[in-house]
Design a binder for this molecule. Structure first.
Ligand code: HEC
Ligand code: HEC
Length: 196
C-alpha cells in the first residue's frame, strides 16, 4: 500500500471518527447509575471490553471482562467465582469475581494469546447459606477466538441473536432453591434490574 493510502486509512480508523457500530453499541448501554461510581463494580452483565478496549478508550484498558450470575432469572451476582483461562500457548490465568460478580484482566504484563478456553469455578453454599469448601466447575466447550467481553455472547438481550444468556453458577434444577446470597449492602455495585 502506498504511503498516502496508509495515512488516510490511519485517519479513518482514528478514535471517535468512524466506527458507528461500536458507537451505537456503547451508547446502547447508557449512562452510569447515579449511585454507582465508574469502577470495578459498575455495569455488571455488560460487555466490559467494548468500552475498555482500544476503540472505547475507557481506562483501564482490558483484555477480558465479564460478570458471573447465580442464574439467568434472579439477577443475583456471584462473588468469589474463579474464572480460569487457558490460552493458546498453554498459559493459565485466573480472575476472581467481586461482590457484584464482575471480573476483568487489564491489558498489562503477560497477556493471554487467543484462542482461549475458559472454565468457571463457582463457590458453593449449603441451604442455610453457609459457604462450603467445594467448588462447582462450569466450562465452555467452544473456544473464545477474539472477543474479550464475555457479555458480547453471554447476554439476555433479545436483540442479540446468538446470545447464550448470562454466565451462571446454579444448575437449572437449583434455581428454585438458589443458595447464593444477595449482594451485601457494603458492596458499591447494583445488580441489573432488567434483562440486558
Ligand atoms: C458503556 C461503557 C462501559 C462499560 C460497558 C464498562 N465500563 Fe468500566 N468504565 C467506563 C468509563 C467511561 C470509566 C471511567 C474511566 C474513563 O473514563 O476512562 C470506567 C471505569 C472503570 C474502572 C476504573 C475505575 C477507576 O477507579 O479507575 C474499572 C475497574 C471498570 N470500569 C471496570 C469495568 C468492568 C469490570 C466492566 C464490565 C463488567 C465495565 N467496566 C464495563 C465505561 C464502561
Ligand atoms: C464468542 C461468543 C462467546 C464469548 C465471547 C464467550 N462465550 Fe462462553 N459460551 C458461548 C457459547 C456459545 C456457549 C455454549 C456452548 C459452549 O459451551 O461452547 C458458552 C458457554 C459458556 C459456559 C458454560 C455454560 C454452561 O452451560 O454451564 C461458561 C462457563 C462460559 N461460556 C464462560 C465464558 C466466559 C467466562 C467468557 C469470557 C471470558 C465467555 N464465556 C465468553 C459463547 C461465548
Amino acid at each position: 500500500m502506498k504511503r498516502a493510502n496508509l495515512i488516510s486509512l490511519a485517519l479513518a480508523l482514528g478514535a471517535g471518527c468512524g466506527n458507528p457500530i461500536a458507537d451505537d453499541q456503547i451508547e446502547f448501554w447508557g449512562d452510569e447509575l447515579p449511585n454507582v461510581p465508574a469502577s470495578e463494580h459498575h455495569r455488571p452483565g455488560q460487555p466490559c471490553v467494548l468500552c475498555h478496549g482500544v476503540y472505547g478508550g475507557a481506562a483501564p484498558e482490558m483484555v477480558l471482562g465479564g460478570t458471573i450470575f447465580a442464574d439467568q432469572y434472579s439477577f443475583t451476582p456471584v462473588e468469589g467465582a474463579e474464572v480460569v483461562v487457558y490460552d493458546a500457548v498453554g498459559d493459565v490465568y485466573t480472575m476472581t469475581s467481586n461482590c457484584i460478580g464482575n471480573f476483568f484482566m487489564e491489558k498489562e504484563g503477560n497477556l493471554p494469546q487467543f484462542p482461549l478456553a475458559v472454565e468457571v469455578r463457582c463457590p458453593t453454599y449449603d441451604s442455610a447459606g453457609n459457604k462450603l469448601e467445594s467448588t462447582k466447575i462450569r466450562s465452555m466447550n467452544s473456544w473464545i477466538s477474539r472477543d474479550g467481553s464475555c457479555a458480547t455472547c453471554h447476554s439476555l438481550r433479545g436483540t442479540q441473536v446468538d446470545s447464550t444468556g448470562w454466565i451462571f453458577c446454579n444448575d437449572p434444577t437449583e434455581i428454585q432453591s438458589n443458595p447464593y446470597p444477595a449482594v451485601p449492602s457494603s458492596c458499591p455495585g447494583e445488580p441489573p434490574k432488567e434483562a440486558q
